[in-house]
Design a protein around this ligand. Sequence first.
Ligand code: UD1
Length: 337
Amino acid sequence: MTAKKKILLTGAAGYIGAHTAVELIEQGFETVLIDNFSNSDRSLLQGIEQIVKQKINFREGDCRDAAFLDSVFSKTKFDSVIHFAAFKSVKESVLHPLKYYENNIESLTALLRAMHRHQVNEIIFSSSCTVYGQPDSIPVDEKAPLKKAESPYGATKQMCEQILEDTVKAHPSLKVVSLRYFNPIGAHPSAHIGEMPTDVPDNLVPYVTQTAAGLRPKLVVFGDDYPTPDGSCLRDFIHVVDLAQAHVRAVEKINDLPHRIEYINLGTGEGVSVLQLIKKFIDVTGVPLNYEIGPRRPGDVVKTYADAHKALALLNWKTKRSLDEALQDAWRWQQKI
Ligand code: UD1
């Protein structure tokens, strides 16, 4: 058996980073986790340890800090880096665009420089379906044109992909997989890790679970007059554990892929409306949910879901977990925190 790769995870105390750390460690990869806790909670690190039943190798620091990165890269000869560290609130990015450009862009450029200095040539990048903007047709495949970003957050994801594309051209040994996530939801079934919004959540499912738990008076559905079957927006909700497992596949397959930079959608391939999700939540948990229809949220994409065939073809990956499981896991996690 060939030795497992050594992987650096940035933003490892965040929602997707923590779930990916668990999957990698459980598969026997040697991992080093870094995070600066700017938008994450230390308790997720303990949650990771409870699941994997071993001590994790964690270093606190900022990806934009070259000296910090040098100290991390000098200690371990990594095969690959998975770069999660970034801010992700659409709303906050509109209010504080520079905060987003500085953090999301500089952390990637500093990381690529450090990888170059230490001859690490494989990077998996956390991208988003937000790069497609309002798609012309659904399901969206990777050849769909990138429309003007709806927010500075979306613009940082597009810019980061451009930076990766240009850097691949300039550095013939670099290989990149940019994973375009649709809507990650749910939590680890153990309820040791999950989504931990540090503020009022922007995203639908944490808002649903916090409302169901009585932490918020009501959920507002942002619009029911869209041109969709029930009038609410349509999304592709993917269980975070499925999403995490796609990263393991990307690390395993990066050297077998046809191009040195690959963009790959991660979604279920099915569209589910906001109202359908709410009804499903009530149904699977048996918990009542106070919600009402409100006005549209500016900047929302009306309908999007993934064409997920490329992920199957290149990574031999597809989702295994249902929406029911995702909502049950999200609720189990909410009850614990
Ligand atoms: C957005 C971004 C996505 C990003 C994610 C991270 C776009 C198109 N998508 O996802 O790239 O990774 O944020 O934060 O920019 N909703 C309600 N009430 C609520 C909250 C949400 O009705 O209280 C609705 C929204 O209007 C939307 C759906 O639920 O139709 C999903 O919203 P949300 O969870 O915020 O995700 P996106 O906006 O799809």
